[in-house]
Design a protein around this ligand. Sequence first.
Ligand SMILES: Cc1cc2nc3c(=O)[nH]c(=O)nc-3n(C[C@H](O)[C@H](O)[C@H](O)COP(=O)(O)OP(=O)(O)OC[C@H]3O[C@@H](n4cnc5c(N)ncnc54)[C@H](O)[C@@H]3O)c2cc1C
Length: 515
Amino acid sequence: MPGTTVDLLVIGGGVNGAGIARDAAGRGLSVCLAEKGDLAAATSSGSTKLFHGGLRYLEYGKIRLVRESLIEREVLLRAMPHISWPMRFVLPLHPEMRFEGGTPISRILGLTMPWLRGRRPGWVIRLGLFLYDHLGGRKILPGTKSLDLRKDAAGAPLRPVMVRGFEYSDCWVDDARLVVLNARDAAARGADIRVGTEVTEARREGDHWRVRLQGPEGEEVVTARALVNAAGPWVGKVIRNVVHTQSREGVTLVRGSHIIVPRLYDHDRAYFLQGSDGRIIFAIPYEETFTLIGTTDAVHDDPTEPPRCTEEERDYLIAFANRYFAREIRAEDVVWTYSGVRPLYDDGASSATAATRDYVLTLEAGGAPLLNVFGGKITTYRRLAEAALAKLGPYFPQAGGAWTAGVALPGGDFALSAKTALTEQLCEDYPFLTGGWARRLVRSYGTEARDVLGAATCADDLGQSFGATLTEAELRWMRDREYARSGEDALWRRSKLGLHMSADQRAAVAAWFAS
Ligand SMILES: Cc1cc2nc3c(=O)[nH]c(=O)nc-3n(C[C@H](O)[C@H](O)[C@H](O)COP(=O)(O)OP(=O)(O)OC[C@H]3O[C@@H](n4cnc5c(N)ncnc54)[C@H](O)[C@@H]3O)c2cc1C
């Protein structure tokens, strides 16, 4: 499309770029989103996958961030009951757990109750959970309760030193599918979504940007009335090397790694584990037969180096979990690892440790506007998109108002309470499906699961079978509707079926895309 002109060009197809593109397209703006790799290829598929308020941010006094996230959990849950669901978190009280040094709350307690020596006593945690329950207007999610770990099933996999604990609510989300569904919905509202397309240069020309894209079809120049830099870890690089502005702003990169091991326990609750070093990690039921453990917090100096879980990080997570679980995890139990880098806002002045976990949006006006997006959480992506559109509002007086709260993502047009019925109905209409297969389809595609299956009356109607219930019909859906271009896109982002497949089966999927 030579000579294309759009209102908004969004750089980056992570959750923030895709969320902004969807919101803007729904307000009637013409939008082009360029993602240099795959949708959610970077941070947005490397998260812990929680819609959460962030219990530990209370210790930092981040009340506004926690409150906004807590309220948002249920808004998001309603809009995507297929890819997200409520989860209960068990927080065992362990005699060795300590506060993270230097947080406002640990300093106050250190001054007023020095005898605690950095310990997080049960009553402080209960108080925090009381706030967590009441800051964010819960309607769907149940509140906190105390647990006797000697009697409750949640105590069974733990070491017997833990006898008491609490259980509170947060939510799980499939982060990579969240991005894909936002991009699809943006496209359904008119946005032009380009994957494998890098923004290599953008120059202001009066009230327009001239933007150079390098995509699968070669180079193209697009004119945009406004530019959104949602490049995540590359946001600073885009400021310096692509748009060439003088801003000193950038991001501090903090790597977080996760390990996946065969399921450590049988129930569907997650664990919030506190360490003697003041950090916390989660152990979360994952993909039916696994447990996900993470995350670490390591400085990631070189942004050009893709984040990977180091042996040191793996061993740290194993040792951390082994202080809690009776069944020892060993390095050879780890079946997969993944890492992401948190792009934390750095204004070029404050120290890295002061870097906020909140999002920051900066608008560079003086001609065509440039909006830079720093930081943020999966949980706040929709609010961030609204805030971004509010900042750009004066440049687009014709644009509609905020609309995304309560509007379902593709396939999410059903009530959370109807999920089991939807799965049962799918099994009834497609009797060849197993229970696990139907559950996976509903958790991935919601009401669109029947569009994936179409008129099939037996498994053979779905074409080649690749193992782990993946068929050609589903791969075609991912390719034609969800922008997947490779085995990796399909097996590690549109789904996590790679975990359940042999190397040969994964190679067959890659070959299907290549053919
Ligand atoms: C370990 C870890 C755990 C986390 N856990 C949680 C959690 O449980 N809950 C929560 O709410 N949040 C969590 N977060 C935070 C959350 O994952 C991030 O805030 C969010 O994913 C950032 O999304 P983004 O769109 O800004 O960046 P990204 O997802 O990194 O997207 C940026 C995209 O821009 C593209 N790009 C860069 N340069 C260009 C260019 N020149 N042209 C075209 N494309 C370009 C990249 O390829 C990339 O895909 C976690 C983060 C980490 C690292």
